[in-house]
Design a protein around this ligand. Structure first.
Ligand code: SF4
Ligand code: SF4
Length: 122
């Protein structure tokens, strides 16, 4: 299977994933329900929610941390600063540019016509 990438960088190079503080966790499961990337799993034997696939976490995302009612989820760093540091470290913009062009070529409906733009701006 092809390695997961983040704008041209191997995802495994980037240490970004949630961490659960079990002294606070109430086992509500909202983290699992709120993540669309299958980062969390439920351990039958331990009867608790686990970070099962940290490498699936979207770099810079903190959604599960925001919805956790017990503030039991933390991340390795401030997300804004962290993403900025990765952008600088890996110089991702040339890759981002290519990815954007490929996206717009694949989904022409993402290009908004000037007529529609006028309507959007009221
Ligand atoms: S949302 Fe928070 S409190 Fe609920 S299971 Fe996940 S980590 Fe625990
Ligand atoms: S930060 Fe976002 S992508 Fe990562 S586990 Fe939480 S909800 Fe999923």
């Amino acid at each position: 299977m092809a390695a997961k990438m983040w704008h041209g960088v191997a995802r495994s190079e980037i240490e970004w994933a949630p961490v659960i503080d079990y002294s606070k966790c109430n086992d509500c499961g909202l983290c699992l329900l709120s993540c669309g990337n299958a980062v969390f799993g439920f351990s039958k034997s331990q009867q608790k929610y686990l970070v099962a696939n940290g490498g699936n976490c979207v770099v810079g995302c903190t959604t599960c941390g925001k919805v956790c009612p017990e503030e039991a989820i933390s991340f390795p760093a401030d997300s804004t600063k962290f993403v900025k540091a990765q952008v600088v470290k890996y110089k991702i913009f040339p890759t981002v540019k290519k990815e954007l062009q490929a996206r717009l070529d694949k989904f022409p409906d993402h290009v908004i016509s000037s007529k529609k733009e006028g309507n959007l701006n009221g």
